[in-house]
Design a protein around this ligand. Structure first.
Ligand code: ZN
Ligand code: ZN
Length: 672
């Protein structure tokens, strides 16, 4: 006979979600949330929580609810302890992520489509596009607000901050002006990663490991005939054949061993390293030192194209000794002889600069070959790599072999298009003078878990100058006015300064937000040559928007002028923030970094005292949530099926340093 249990098992089928909805309604109707928010408004004790803005571009995800649960938990705890708080939520509003979604909605394919939204009228087109971006942000900020309330997250929901606000944009102007006063702002001519669909540079900060995708490309072994040596070739390998017309040099490691080897064709001799010779089944004849190759001249199959002739001038292709710190030569991959195209690679460009090599520019904004490149001109280098391969097949004296090659290749973080490298003018903040001050500031912060400190320092040790410009539309209007006559540029620090310096166009701009196209109406006078200066058309890196919020968003009532300008003494009670919490992956290069950089420049102090980092939310099968894998759960669906109390319990009992596996099975167990 089975024994009867002492207690009936709890009824796990109670409709928690329905109970929650009733309760939430009651809380808001009876003003309980308001009472909660105002409980300590006269307290002398402050607890400053700073919200990392959520991108208002899509409905909130189930992973956002994890972070928002921590945010709520900390503030509730401090509220019970009697601390005065701001309870301010933030929305991140500007940048490429919004633009790309609006483009998708409208079915736009390129920047040309955006610029022709109102046919034949560039300014009206941009104005319309900007309005659509603002509209999308408003829509999703509203949706995310409702979802957050549904989560039971108590905040001052009527006064969230928006990074598109005038205060936020002008505060960044102020920051950039300070940078300029320290001599940190410069226009760089450099080879940068570039998205051919978005038509914009992608900064080092934006290239996260997850933006590298596995891709198979045709790699090529090219044989370059050596000038004055019959049947002798340099054997060079590249995974990006589209860059071959841009070749100017072959780099080798001068102090390493190379070999002279014979191939299948009788009498042909190749120079390469031993490792490659064995892999390619070449017959090694003798060993030589790398430095014996330096100075050899060779011929490229693309030398006949007029654009290349012009770029090379009197220069002849040459073997050069690499600088391992700039362009390391791999022993195992390739042949030990590296194709150098300064117009199509960052390291190549740097090495070329050091060795004074010519730069051959190859492609335009959309990765189409530019004019003067003969049969290639106008064709897309990235979409049609076969045009180069076919050309080599037609000129077999230069082709050794074509081999498919699978590697991790960087893609645009926003639209997933594979990146290319292009030489362009972009604007930078020089980070070298800030590296040590930033590291000092970083060490003052309490990182939870502890390894966060090391991760941040690692990034600061490796960061390049900060590429802050984007040739796009919806974003911070970089406050840089440039003289086309003499090249002088000026950085404007705020609206008042712009009004004072405006030579013309103020009346067209006044009354609009400081965005394209309106702010571009304002012209100022060049103090060097007296000519008119125009704002550069570029918009800013979106992490500037999120990094400035300790300065731009703190106000008496979450809705008026920043205290940083109005009452610095009061502002200092909220700064540095006592606490922030965000998912660790990615933020070391992004939000944490931009907060640190901007606070170091403006106040030389840490922007926050403690950061709680947490890991990544995955599906319950341990894989990233993905609609096509069937393990993805929308926030609304989760809240309706599981109930937010159960979800919040799942979040808070999790070790934040470990990935959280989330799904209905786990939820069912939790509910018991
Ligand atoms: Zn893109
Ligand atoms: Zn000038």
């Amino acid at each position: 006979m089975a024994k009867k249990a002492y207690f009936e098992p709890p009824d796990v089928k109670v409709d928690f979600p329905a109970l929650e909805r009733t309760l939430l309604e009651y809380w808001y109707q009876k003003g309980i949330v308001k009472k909660y928010l105002e409980k300590n408004k006269n307290s002398k004790k402050y607890f400053s929580f700073l919200d990392g803005p959520i991108t208002a571009n899509n409905p909130m995800g189930i992973h956002h609810a994890w972070g928002r649960t921590y945010k709520d938990l900390w503030q509730r705890f401090k509220n019970m302890q009697g601390f005065k708080q701001r309870f301010q939520n933030g929305f991140d509003c500007q940048g490429l992520w919004v633009e790309v979604e609006v483009e998708k909605e409208l079915g736009l394919k390129s920047k040309k489509d955006i610029e022709n939204l109102v046919e034949g009228n560039l300014k009206e087109s941009i104005a319309k596009f900007i309005e659509l971006c603002k509209g999308r942000v408003r829509r999703f900020a509203g949706i995310q607000t409702e979802q957050s309330k549904r989560l039971g997250y108590f905040m001052d929901w009527d006064h969230s901050y928006y990074t598109l606000s005038d205060e936020n944009n002008y505060m960044i102007w102020h920051f950039l002006k300070k940078c300029h006063e320290k001599g940190l702002i410069y226009k760089g001519h450099d080879s940068v990663p570039w998205c051919p669909r978005c038509g914009t540079a992608i900064s080092q900060h934006e290239m996260l490991t997850e933006d590298y995708k596995e891709a198979t490309h045709d790699s090529v072994y090219v044989q370059y005939p050596i000038v004055g040596r019959k049947n002798e070739y340099l054997l060079v390998w590249t995974t990006t054949p589209w860059t071959l017309p841009g070749n100017v040099a072959v780099a080798i490691a001068a102090d390493r061993d190379y070999v002279v080897a014979g191939g299948e064709v009788k009498g042909n001799t190749y120079y390469l390293n031993e490792y490659a010779a064995k892999r390619l089944n070449l017959k090694i004849e003798k060993k030589i030192k790398g430095k014996e190759l330096v100075g050899l001249k060779y011929i490229s199959p693309f030398d006949g194209l007029s654009g290349i002739k012009k770029a090379l001038g009197k220069y002849e292709h040459e073997v050069v000794a690499t600088d391992e710190k700039i362009l390391p030569v791999s022993e195992e991959e390739g042949t030990g002889l590296v194709h150098v195209a300064p117009g199509a690679g960052s390291e190549d460009y740097k090495l070329g600069k050091k060795l004074d090599l010519p730069v051959i520019e190859l492609i335009d904004e959309e990765a189409a070959y530019i004019s003067d490149l003969g049969e290639f001109s106008g064709k897309n280098a990235k979409k049609h790599p076969e045009i180069i391969l076919d050309y080599l097949k037609e000129n077999p004296e230069y082709l050794f072999d074509i081999v498919p090659y699978t590697h991790r290749y960087p893609a645009c973080w926003r639209c997933k298009t594979e990146l290319v490298w292009r030489v362009v003018d972009e604007w930078y903040i020089a980070m070298e003078p800030l590296r040590e001050p930033l590291k000092k500031v970083t060490q003052k912060i309490n990182w939870l878990p502890k390894f966060g400190l090391k991760r941040e320092i690692d990034w600061l040790d490796n960061m390049h100058d900060w590429l802050i410009s984007k040739k796009r539309y919806w974003g911070l209007a970089l406050p840089i006015w440039e003289c086309s006559q003499c090249g002088h540029f000026e950085v404007i620090g705020g609206k008042d300064e712009l009004r004072e310096k405006a030579l013309e166009g103020w009346e067209k701009f006044d009354g609009n937000s400081p965005h394209r196209p309106w702010v571009d109406e304002v012209k100022i006078k060049c103090e060097k040559c007296g000519k008119k200066m125009q704002r550069i058309p570029d918009v800013g890196n979106p992490w500037l928007d999120a990094g400035i919020v300790p300065f731009s968003t703190v106000s008496t009532d979450n809705k008026s002028e920043p205290l940083y300008w109005k009452d610095k003494g009061e502002w200092e009670k909220w700064y540095p923030a006592d606490f922030i919490t965000e998912s660790f992956p990615g933020q070391f290069k992004n939000w944490f970094y931009s907060l640190l950089a901007m606070s170091t420049v403006l106040e030389n102090s840490e922007p926050f005292k403690t950061v709680l980092g947490f890991a990544t939310l995955l599906g319950e099968d341990g894989r990233p949530m993905h609609k096509s894998w069937g393990n993805s759960i929308e926030f609304n669906e989760g809240a309706d099926k599981i109930g937010v109390d159960v979800m919040r319990w799942m979040y808070v009992r999790q070790d934040p340093s470990l990935n959280l596996l989330f799904g209905y099975k786990v939820a069912d167990e939790t509910r018991r």
